[in-house]
Design a protein around this ligand. Structure first.
Ligand code: ZN
Length: 540
């Protein structure tokens, strides 16, 4: 784009407009709501075992009363295992859900997600955002911190408003704008003052926060100062092209709210180098290089328990910093075949996404040019060190949030979020700590701790109704369910635990949402000569 063309574009829309001109049209927006019942004046969830999101253990049976979309009463009731004497039954509601023998958690918050990915246009028809929204809701995601607003701030603000008014079937949306000051992406801001002006403009338009990929230090420092003044929150993917000049600790000191993925953290742990040990024939544009050698990075930093390691932990803690690791999005790096053969691809992988994931030059995250045993072993070791740091940060009181970044690297929306719950547990989190990360910790990161994230009187009714205890196995939350033995047939069966997703008191049946998605996906594959995802039928 020329500077003249850019000046006609509204602040926050620059990336979307640029991509549209490159043949990546903006993702089709949602316009109406065809699923979800309610809201009701008085909704009652009767007899639930409550996991409240604070880290407290399950307790029940409890009646949860929702009045006009907010929790108005939590009442311990008679019945097993606790039977208070003389308990007065809760007055009837105008809609009731029997939750005896069921578990209720707060709705999940995805702290790093994208509302569709226009990049998929490289391989065909991009899924409309309804596909994404329904997969999120079907996996319990009721709030999304949309990192980058790559469909443009105008698009995001419209979708956010429609979701807030429950006129579309979508999670609540927070819009974080791409800060256009990146050397290798879109760079329109060249001075600190221009950055400040742009930030005031997007704040004025209604942005919730900013997504950084790094910037020249003077611009980044001024921008974070301006964010603080304006009350804009921020997350940064410390891209390799910018990280030498500012790692996660540098930007944390300048006021950054959160570090996304792993980027910028190994660099904060380096003690015998400043620059990652790049192969000498490295080229950042070659994604095989980018992603293979980034699997060597934590090994190049301070060892767990060392002085440097502890100093870094202490400094991040002192700053009240947040990590959103998104372990899930790199899961394929340590076992490509596992990610590629996931149970859900056959029914839930949209055609252009599936094709986009396959090795191809020019596709982001499609770097399987010669992915090897060695690459996977290095990434497994990288995860061990990365997970050790993140778990220790949590243990010392630091905030770790749950994010998925799905839409790339064989990760499908919704499914990728549940995988992140599994990976936080693998990192050492107790399942209650995982739920806390996915709910109350996410709410705090987003500045919504008074509205969502826990089951408490006064909070919005963002609630999940589970047929099975989610703490026992997060796999039960996958849209395809978890494999079990069917004692009747002595064969496999798939058990799905998440029955209802309630957002703002609107009740969504996850089975209906999943059926809608399967139908959309089927249509995306109609008349196609490309081989379908080569997974077996999960229902078989
Ligand atoms: Zn992302």
């Amino acid at each position: 784009m020329t500077s003249q063309e850019i000046s006609a574009v509204l602040p926050g829309d620059e990336m979307a407009q640029t991509r549209a001109k490159m043949g990546q049209p903006i993702v089709t927006a949602a316009t109406s709501r065809d699923r979800g019942e309610g809201p009701w004046k008085r909704l009652i969830l009767r007899g639930a075992t409550v996991i409240d999101g604070t880290g407290a253990p399950p307790i029940g049976p409890t009646d949860i009363v929702v009045t006009d979309g907010r929790i108005s009463l939590l009442k311990k009731i008679g019945g097993t295992p606790a039977k208070p004497k003389g308990a007065v039954p809760t007055e009837p509601g105008d809609h009731e859900i029997d939750c005896h023998g069921k578990w209720v958690t707060p709705g999940f918050i995805d702290c790093h997600a994208h509302a569709g990915v226009a990049y998929h246009a490289a391989n065909g028809w991009v899924p409309p955002v309804d596909y994404v929204y329904k997969l999120w809701l079907a996996h319990g995601v009721t709030t999304v911190r949309e990192m980058g607003s790559f469909n443009g701030l105008t698009w995001m603000l419209d979708q956010k408003k429609l979701s807030d008014e429950n006129r579309i079937a979508a999670p609540r949306l927070l819009t974080y704008c791409y800060f256009p000051a990146v050397n290798d992406m879109l760079k329109l801001i060249h001075t600190p003052d221009a950055g400040r002006v742009w930030l005031r403009q997007v704040k004025e338009r209604g942005a919730d926060g900013i997504k950084f990929f790094g910037a020249p230090p003077a611009i980044m420092e001024a921008a974070l100062d301006e964010c603080r003044k304006l009350g804009l929150r921020s997350g940064c993917h410390h891209a390799q092209m910018a990280v030498t000049r500012m790692n996660a600790l540098t930007s944390a000191k300048w006021g950054l709210t959160s570090a996304e993925h792993y980027y910028g953290l190994p660099e904060a742990l380096f003690e015998d180098r400043i620059v990652q040990s790049f192969p000498l024939d490295y080229n950042y544009n070659d994604e095989y290089f980018r992603f293979s050698v980034s699997g060597q990075m934590f090994r190049q930093g301070a060892t767990p328990g060392s002085k440097k390691w502890n100093e870094a932990l202490d400094q991040f803690l002192e700053l009240g910093f947040t990590f959103v690791p998104t372990f899930t999005i790199y899961d394929a790096n340590r076992d490509l075949m596992r990610a590629r053969q996931a149970d859900w691809h056959q029914q839930y992988a949209w055609k252009s996404m599936w094709k986009y994931f396959a090795p191809q030059r020019g596709g982001h995250g499609s770097y399987w040019y010669r992915w090897s045993t060695q690459n996977e072993i290095e990434w497994k070791e990288n995860y061990r060190l990365w997970m050790a740091f993140i778990n220790e940060y949590k243990n010392r009181g630091g905030r770790v949030c749950t994010g998925s970044d799905s839409g790339f690297i064989y990760q499908i929306f919704g499914f990728g979020y549940i995988r992140e719950l599994e990976l936080l547990q693998e990192a050492g989190f107790h399942p209650l700590e995982v739920i806390r990360s996915a709910t109350s910790q996410g709410a705090a990161l987003c500045g919504l701790e008074d509205e969502i994230g826990t089951i408490e009187v006064g909070k919005r009714a963002d609630l999940l109704v589970h047929d099975h205890n989610p703490l026992e196995d997060f796999k039960l939350l996958y849209g395809t369910g978890a494999m079990r033995l069917d004692e009747g047939t002595n064969g496999p069966k798939f058990v799905r635990g998440l029955k209802l997703t309630i957002k703002d008191g609107i009740v969504y049946d996850t089975a209906e949402l999943l059926a809608d998605v399967r139908k959309m996906v089927e249509e995306s594959w109609a008349d196609d000569d490309v081989e379908r995802p080569s997974t077996r039928d999960p229902a078989a």
